[in-house]
Write a new protein. Structure first.
Ligand SMILES: Cc1cc2nc3c(=O)[nH]c(=O)nc-3n(C[C@H](O)[C@H](O)[C@H](O)COP(=O)(O)OP(=O)(O)OC[C@H]3O[C@@H](n4cnc5c(N)ncnc54)[C@H](O)[C@@H]3O)c2cc1C
Ligand SMILES: Cc1cc2nc3c(=O)[nH]c(=O)nc-3n(C[C@H](O)[C@H](O)[C@H](O)COP(=O)(O)O)c2cc1C
Ligand code: FES
Lengths: 255, 313
């Protein structure tokens, strides 16, 4: 893990609401794994704390993240331009590939909203002996990004793109039509969505690996602010930034 | 150029430490920070038994700061001794064990377990803990209790004993005076301020415990005033803490009377803040022909003699 000041290589609008920011870092490009995140200081003074972002893609020494503007940090980030620099700390957290090998046929990727972020990079490096099916759910079509994904099924809350309904309803519907054999789920998105999808997956005896999101002050295990309650085990809480962000959903209490 | 500082029998290589609860036990960031360049590490508060800490959410960002209610989650003193001290010893810096407890007896027992260990160079006592036996109010807001804790611990240690004071009292100087008279070697000023933040959509507090401890740049002016007040009340060294992010911030603390400083929240943003602050202080002194950092301490130029306690705002 390193702290680096890196130059912004490009800035692109993937949809009317989702931006892709690309910067260069030889170090990060050589060590980061799918599912890991970087912690960005968007500006020198304000906001104070770094903001975590999943790694969306790595191409050569170019690393990209995607985001939509929701608050102070993303508003500042959206004003950056090619040639500006950002202060990054990473890579942080565990990665999805640790959990990719095993006895199953199809990897099911489920991304809710901006929770799509880790999947293109994961798709690129996923073990080639597994099939991949991807489900994306979002409020509306401007929040759907399919770049770099395989076998994508889409749902929107307002029906502006793909299936009209929740991503879980889409998954259920699609599972009736296809036989994916033995599955393993990899999911990321709002906690409520992950809880529902995890229940579905675990009920069909599929393991489900979820990348969790909590507020983080440090992202590197210093503050103990990012705890999640575990389901039994030796400790009552786990730290999302360090022991996660990826957990098998039976081991933690999603709420 | 003298950067070092001696407290009782312990020599710190510089006057910049990292604050309790903001640097883990040093091992999380040893590949990111050259820990040997820090004046010292103050450990996360240690209690007798391991503590799970509070439910989530434990933190939220506020204007130029953050609220936390970690709940003193820690691995307990036994695990600290077996797992962490061997690692900390390798760092070539001073290790101050911070102790939290829910009774005076517990403070004493934890300190007694650590006293014989050469890997622990001194103690900082976190008195911002609920006194479970007597109604759960914080020890740190009761002058008599702070005095008793200091007295009992002083009898049990030959090492530097630092009492870390809470700002959530009317006159912090009264607390510093009692620490001094009961034999403390220094006081740390300040711990976090009680604060609150509300999610207006859910009409719920943003952290699970409703109120929490405010830290970061937002509290620096308050911390400076508390250090100034304390410095004017006691002769023992005052360790300044609160919102320090840069060497300029640290020099402000020295000028109002802090003998050392601690970096807290800023570590979350830049884990190497302690080192850049220490280097910045050195350069400031060299540039101004100051041959000892100690010569800046308590050099505030004021033309008023009114004490801050008496003055009208
Ligand atoms: C491991 C991890 C990976 C992440 N990856 C990404 C990513 O790839 N892309 C991305 O855009 N974001 C990602 N996030 C979220 C991101 O770090 C920021 O929290 C988010 O972008 C909002 O920051 P802000 O400063 O703009 O908003 P703030 O000013 O912090 O928040 C503004 C308001 O929005 C609310 N809010 C904050 N975050 C969210 C959220 N995620 N959903 C709904 N409401 C929210 C806050 O409660 C607040 O009321 C990730 C978070 C984590 C923990
Ligand atoms: C997340 C967090 C955890 C903390 N844990 C402790 C602790 O265990 N013991 C203690 O004495 N102080 C603790 N503190 C207080 C800090 O050591 C420091 O006194 C305070 O944060 C003010 O300094 P700052 O503004 O530089 O952060 C904690 C602070 C934060 C932000
Ligand atoms: S965010 Fe600080 S420990 Fe996880």
């Amino acid at each position: 893990m390193r702290q680096e000041i890196v130059p912004i290589h490009s800035f692109e609008c993937l949809t009317n609401e989702i931006l892709e920011l690309t910067f260069t870092s030889d170090y990060l490009a050589s060590v980061a794994k799918p599912g890991q995140f970087i912690n960005i200081r968007v500006d020198n003074n304000f906001p104070l704390l770094r903001r975590p972002f999943s790694i969306f893609n790595i191409d050569g020494n170019k690393i990209s993240i995607v985001f939509n503007v929701i608050g102070t940090g993303t508003r500042v980030l959206a004003k950056k331009r090619k040639g500006d620099t950002i202060d990054i700390l990473g890579p942080c957290g565990n990665d999805f590939l640790t959990f990719a090998n095993g006895e199953y046929d199809t990897a099911i990727f489920v991304g809710g909203g901006i929770g799509v972020a880790p999947f293109p990079f994961l798709t690129k490096h996923f073990p080639s002996d597994k099939k991949i099916t991807t489900y994306l759910g979002a409020r509306h079509k401007e929040l759907i990004v399919t770049k770099g994904l395989k076998n994508v099924n889409i749902s929107t809350d307002d029906g502006s793109d793909g299936f009209h309904g929740t991503v879980l309803d889409l998954v259920k519907d699609d599972f009736k039509k296809h036989d994916y054999g033995k599955t393993r789920f990899f999911i990321c998105g709002p906690t409520r969505m992950m809880k529902a999808v995890a229940e579905f997956a675990n009920n069909r005896n599929s393991d489900c690996y979820a990348s969790l999101e909590t507020d983080m002050a440090c992202g590197i295990g210093l503050c103990q602010g990012c705890n999640i309650e575990t389901n039994g085990g030796t400790k009552k809480y786990a730290l999302v930034c360090k022991e996660g962000t990826i957990f098998e959903t039976r081991t933690v209490k999603l709420q | 150029m003298i950067e070092s500082f001696k407290l009782k029998n312990v020599e710190f290589k510089n006057r910049v430490l990292v604050a309790s609860g903001t640097f883990g036990y040093g091992d999380e960031v040893s590949d990111l920070v050259d820990i040997g360049k820090l004046g010292g590490i103050v450990t996360k508060s240690l209690s007798m038994k391991p503590r799970d800490g509070n439910p989530n959410p434990r933190i939220t960002e506020t204007a130029s700061g953050m609220l936390n209610s970690i709940g003193l989650a820690n691995i307990g003193v036994e695990k600290f001794i077996s797992d962490k001290i061997p690692v900390l010893r390798k760092h070539n810096t001073i290790i101050i064990a911070n102790i939290a407890a829910s009774s005076i007896e517990e403070y004493c027992s934890v300190l007694e377990m650590l006293e014989p260990l050469s890997g622990v160079h001194g103690f900082e006592i976190n008195v911002s803990c609920p006194n479970v036996k007597e109604g759960g109010l914080s020890f740190g807001t009761d002058v008599k209790l702070v005095g008793r804790i200091t007295k009992e611990l002083r009898r049990r240690t030959q090492k530097p004993l630092i009492i870390k004071l809470t700002p959530n009292v009317t006159h912090i100087s009264e607390f510093a005076r009692v620490c001094e008279s009961e034999g403390a070697d220094a006081v740390s000023v300040i711990n976090t301020l009680i604060g609150m933040s509300v999610n207006i959509n859910a009409r719920k507090p943003k952290i699970a415990t409703t109120t929490g401890g405010l830290s970061g740049p937002a509290i620096k002016p308050i911390a400076l005033a508390k250090v100034y007040e304390t410095r004017n009340a006691v002769k023992i060294p005052v360790i300044g803490i609160g919102g320090i992010c840069s060497w300029e911030d640290a020099v402000e603390f020295f000028i109002v009377g802090a003998s050392m400083v601690q970096i807290g929240t800023a570590n979350f943003v830049n884990p190497s803040t302690g080192i850049t602050v220490a280097e910045g202080i050195k350069q400031y002194c060299q540039k101004n022909d100051i041959d000892d950092v100690g010569k800046i301490i308590g050099t505030l130029q004021t033309n008023k003699t009114i004490s801050i306690i008496d003055s009208w705002l």
